[in-house]
Design a protein around this ligand. Structure first.
Ligand SMILES: Cc1cc2nc3c(=O)[nH]c(=O)nc-3n(C[C@H](O)[C@H](O)[C@H](O)COP(=O)(O)OP(=O)(O)OC[C@H]3O[C@@H](n4cnc5c(N)ncnc54)[C@H](O)[C@@H]3O)c2cc1C
Ligand SMILES: Cc1cc2nc3c(=O)[nH]c(=O)nc-3n(C[C@H](O)[C@H](O)[C@H](O)COP(=O)(O)O)c2cc1C
Length: 595
């Protein structure tokens, strides 16, 4: 601009030049806005300016950039400088280093992102881009944002990624402060001007009032008190197999959405109760074996229902127990079965791995629908340790489910609930869930207290929640994980999570035992024993010791090993060793979650 041809006097020009020379770019831009405001009547004077400046000083601004060839990164650094000079508390993050779940805690976010491929996000923006478009994306009613999109107009999808971010953040409820800028290859001037404008716009946005969300009926909060009798409906967000190809077994990671459940309260260590239904194939086998009609009406809990509906959701079909046999014999006396039932050892062997179809095949009777339902046990929930922390994943519950499959008595068998979760409950459907509090399996009260976690197979589940929780703490204590499974290659559950935790320091040590990787079988208790001196040292430092998973073998062996370690490294007599371990239990420093 040429001041010599301005309507200003020579003296005014001189004053203006002096002031301008003393101002930085950000201040100049602010003044430009101020003068515009004066001419349009929207700016009232400097009193307000002072107020704005004090807001800036307390305003936090997160700048997120997704850049491939460095243009966006350069602009992000420029934005950081401008915003810092203006008094903002700035956090600059490459999207690739940004924890997507932190988004819901942000107040002000400035996004700078380019587009690559055929309208794709640059690699570093992939995860965040996917996250905000996913079902698990949080509602962002407390967030103010502005997006700068970089691109090249010769491409069909010009600036698509930036536009995606802009639209989607708005859809999630965030407040757009400045219209999204779409910058072409000669982006510098447009970007600079936009940045000036955007940075000012964040001024004073630290307390964006949450807007009451307009939700669909499905999203509206379920306000019932959650309990076993009043379970809530959780949306299946994602389901992934955790075992690699080559494993003969299956364990799945399941993510359930609980965002719509009001007042849901749980802690790491708690379990989720899941209400399953029976697989249709097994129901059909029961109907075929009995010759009963699926539509026959039966009475369950005083209500009339079709037989197949009852077999679907009300009774246990996957296993038979002594009480089922007892009732069966009452209705259909059978000498051979009665004799078997009176021989405890043989009877136990018979029941093991058999289901109702086996019983009906082995000891057939002319059974009617009503009696069949009376004989069977009511279907009860199954419990799964929650493998996510409510702090790290608010609005979600993760489960780690070992799928029960086996062959016995000539037929393939499947566990009811693990089959339900792995096969029947598909993504986007809802499952009935409640929280089962587990006060005897808790992180220590003080976060600096060291923890030793021992688990095999799905026993690792609550430890994922523990470590996630500690990762969110300011100053977590040491943590040591002992994990065992069959094969390193195929059954190292959550391997990348543990690696990330080790890197971040949330997990201090990890020792693994894969029993089928070598001729000599190695289990978690062996790893514990090998590290006995240090384990004892940790205990002496006050560590809490956790055991989770298989009750029949692992838990007992680990407890025995713990006793041996205390005896050896504590140089204690048998009596004092016993007292030491008993004291760990009494003071809740030794906690078990076994099944
Ligand atoms: C507090 C708690 C936490 C738990 N946490 C988890 C967890 O995090 N992850 C997890 O996967 N599970 C966990 N469980 C176990 C879970 O609750 C279920 O018991 C498990 O998933 C099996 O249930 P199901 O309905 O699939 O099988 P069911 O229909 O109950 O069938 C299981 C039954 O099948 C029979 N059976 C199984 N395998 C064989 C075989 N090879 N041969 C013969 N018979 C066999 C047994 O009788 C067994 O009881 C937990 C349990 C508790 C109590
Ligand atoms: C291989 C490649 C593909 C691209 N695809 C697109 C595209 O689909 N749409 C678009 O608007 N720009 C596209 N661009 C242009 C970039 O977005 C643009 O150069 C931008 O300034 C890069 O910013 P960055 O260095 O921060 O990644 C592409 C660039 C390259 C190198």
């Amino acid at each position: 601009m040429n001041l010599n041809i301005s309507p200003l006097s020579a003296e005014q020009v001189c004053q203006l030049k002096t002031i301008a020379a003393s101002l930085n770019q950000q201040q100049l831009f602010w003044l430009a806005g101020y003068f515009t405001g004066l001419t349009t009547g929207t700016e009232t004077g400097f009193e307000e300016t002072e107020g704005i400046q004090s807001n800036v000083a307390s305003t936090e601004l997160t700048i997120l950039y997704g850049s491939h060839t460095g243009n966006g990164e350069g602009l992000a650094k420029k934005a950081q400088k401008l915003a810092t000079e203006s008094g903002y508390k700035v956090t600059l993050k490459d999207m690739t280093d940004y924890k997507t779940r932190d988004l819901q805690n942000e107040k002000n976010v400035l996004v700078i992102v380019s587009t690559h491929g055929e309208g794709e996000p640059p690699f570093s923006a992939h995860e965040l881009h996917e996250f905000i478009h996913s079902k698990r994306a949080p509602r962002l009613y407390g967030l103010a944002y502005a997006v700068l999109a970089l691109g090249d107009s010769s491409y069909f999808h010009f600036c698509k990624t930036g536009i995606d971010f802009d639209k989607q953040l708005g859809k999630l409820g965030a407040k757009q402060l400045v219209e999204c800028a779409t910058c072409d290859v000669d982006f510098e001037e447009t970007a600079d001007n936009w940045l000036q404008k955007a940075i000012i716009a964040f001024d004073g946005q630290q307390s964006v009032a949450p807007v009451t969300p307009l939700t669909s009926a499905a999203q509206q909060a379920q306000t019932v008190t959650v309990s076993k009798k009043n379970p809530f409906q959780a949306l299946v967000l994602e389901k992934v197999g955790l075992y690699g190809r080559g494993s003969t077994r299956q364990t799945i990671h399941l993510e359930l959405g609980t965002e719509n459940v009001a007042g849901l309260d749980y802690q790491p260590g708690d379990a989720a109760g899941v209400i399953p239904v029976n697989p249709v194939e097994l129901i059909n086998e029961v109907l075929a074996q009995t010759g009963l009609d699926a539509g026959t009406i039966v009475t369950v809990n005083g209500k009339e229902k079709k037989l197949d509906d009852t077999l679907y959701s009300d009774v246990v079909l996957s296993k038979i127990t002594t009480d089922v046999i007892k009732r069966y014999l009452e209705f259909y006396p059978n000498e051979t079965l009665a004799a078997l039932a009176s021989d405890a050892e043989k009877f136990k062997t018979y029941l093991d791995g058999r289901d109702i179809v086996d019983l009906l095949q082995d000891y057939p009777a002319e059974i009617d629908a009503g009696t069949l339902i009376k004989i069977l046990r009511p279907l009860t929930p199954r419990y799964y340790s929650i493998s996510s922390s409510p702090k790290a994943f608010p609005g979600e519950i993760h489960l780690t489910v070992g799928v029960v499959k086996y062959h016995s008595a000539g037929r393939d068998k499947r566990g009811t609930c693990s089959t339900f979760l792995s096969e029947i409950a598909v993504e986007d459907e809802k499952v009935l869930v409640f929280i089962e509090s587990n006060p005897d399996f808790r992180l220590p009260e003080y976060e600096q207290t060291p923890i030793i976690m021992v688990g095999a197979g799905t026993g690792i589940a609550p430890y994922r929640a523990f470590v996630q929780h500690r990762e969110m703490s300011d100053n977590p204590g040491k943590s040591w994980l002992f994990f065992g499974n069959r094969n390193f290659e195929t059954e190292f559950i959550y391997q990348t999570d543990w690696q990330a935790f080790l890197k971040s320091g949330a997990l201090t040590r990890m020792d693994v035992a894969f029993s089928r990787d070598s001729d000599k079988k190695v289990y978690v208790q062996d790893r514990l024993w090998e590290n006995g001196a240090e384990v004892f040292q940790w205990l002496e430092e006050g560590a809490h010791f956790y055991i989770c998973g298989d009750m029949k073998n692992m838990a007992r062996h680990v407890q025995d090993t713990l006793v041996k370690i205390v005896e050896k490294y504590g140089l204690l007599s048998k009596e004092y060793t016993y007292e030491y371990v008993e004291n760990l239990e009494k003071t809740k420093r030794l906690q078990l979650d076994v099944y």
